[in-house]
Design a protein around this ligand. Structure first.
Ligand code: Q46
Ligand code: ZN
Length: 315
């Protein structure tokens, strides 16, 4: 098989695009795809200040690398969840990337605030680890954006993550979550940051190939809590459909983006921190209260969001 662009031997076959490319042309192809997605769907606009949520995995680290390469100077945010070696190794990969890019990375350590890792915190909350984790991550990432003056939070969700989650929501008609799979979620000034997903149309396989070809040093292990049986089944089913009819996932998500409309939700704001909530206080502030943690004092002592410790400054 030959590269469609240069005629050299191809390194990757992209059935969804009915094409094959050599390493160099694949790298340009993927970067252009991300750029095209950002522009076409207005993910990042003139004047926006983006920050990337990084986990240490191939998707978020590649995305951080691509954004900076494309000229979208972006810092990073990492939430250290206190999941043993997994969290520590992830952090070293992120610090390495921050050094390479010469960008700042904000690091929030769950254990510093709660004196517990996410697993123990979830047990105390009687919630599954991913539910506690999602709540803490959403809150902290939003707080970094708002307090530090970023206008858009960029995440590394790829087409496989999004298609399987959308498929699950459709299967059970979870109407309240349906519009939230969009690749842009608008913010509310002073309360909620805009969130975007530039890898929305890039597959897991493409991102792994990109990371390897660009020598991106990422953590291969998945989070030990990531074994969500249902989403793996959905991914497997969608991969089978993709094999039978290449391009299915792209058509599925593009069709969704065309028809979905963001729903305006009735919102209250937390009386303590201003985060959107459905009662007087948000879940995060309730959690701090439950553990008798003086959140505001803690955040003040540690800088605007306790995230000022290890960081790499822009030079
Ligand atoms: S990090 Fe957190 Fe994921 Fe691990 S505990 Fe679950 S939600 S699986 S993206
Ligand atoms: Zn709050």
């Amino acid at each position: 098989m030959k590269c469609r662009v240069c005629g050299q031997p191809a390194n990757i076959n992209l059935k969804a695009y009915n094409t094959a490319l050599c390493a160099e042309d694949f790298i340009s192809f993927l970067e252009n795809r991300v750029l095209h997605t950002i522009k076409k769907y207005h993910l990042i606009e003139d004047g926006d200040i983006p920050v990337v949520a990084v986990s240490g995995g191939k998707d978020s680290l590649s995305l951080w690398h691509i954004m900076n390469k494309l000229g979208y100077g972006a810092d990073g945010i990492y939430i250290h969840l206190g999941i043993g070696e997994y969290s520590d190794i992830s952090l070293t990969k992120i610090q390495h990337m921050a050094d390479t890019l010469k960008r700042k990375v904000y690091i929030f350590n769950v254990h510093d605030l709660f004196r517990k890792g996410i697993d123990e915190l979830a047990r105390a909350m009687r919630r599954p680890p991913c539910s506690a984790c999602g709540m803490v991550k959403r809150y902290i990432m939003n707080r970094v954006c708002i307090d530090k003056g970023y206008t858009v939070l960029v995440t590394g969700h790829n087409i496989d993550d999004e298609a399987s989650a959308l498929f699950g929501n459709l299967l059970y008609w979870k109407r309240e979550y349906l519009w939230k799979k969009n690749m842009v979620l608008h913010g509310i000034e002073g309360h909620l940051s805009k969130k975007v997903k530039p890898l929305f149309l890039c597959s897991e396989r493409e991102m792994a190939a990109y990371a390897i070809l660009c020598n991106i040093d990422y953590i291969y292990e998945e989070c030990p809590f990531s074994v969500d049986a249902k989403s793996l089944v959905y991914k497997g089913m969608l991969n089978k459909l993709e094999e039978l009819s290449p391009g299915t996932k792209i058509r599925f998500l593009k069709g969704y983006v065309k028809m979905v409309k963001e729903e305006v939700e009735e919102r209250d704001y937390c009386a303590i921190c201003g985060y959107p909530s459905y009662g007087g206080k948000c879940n995060f502030c309730r959690l701090l209260e439950r553990f008798k943690i003086q959140g505001n004092i803690y955040f003040e002592e540690h800088g605007a969001c306790n995230l000022d410790s290890p960081q790499r400054m822009v030079t």
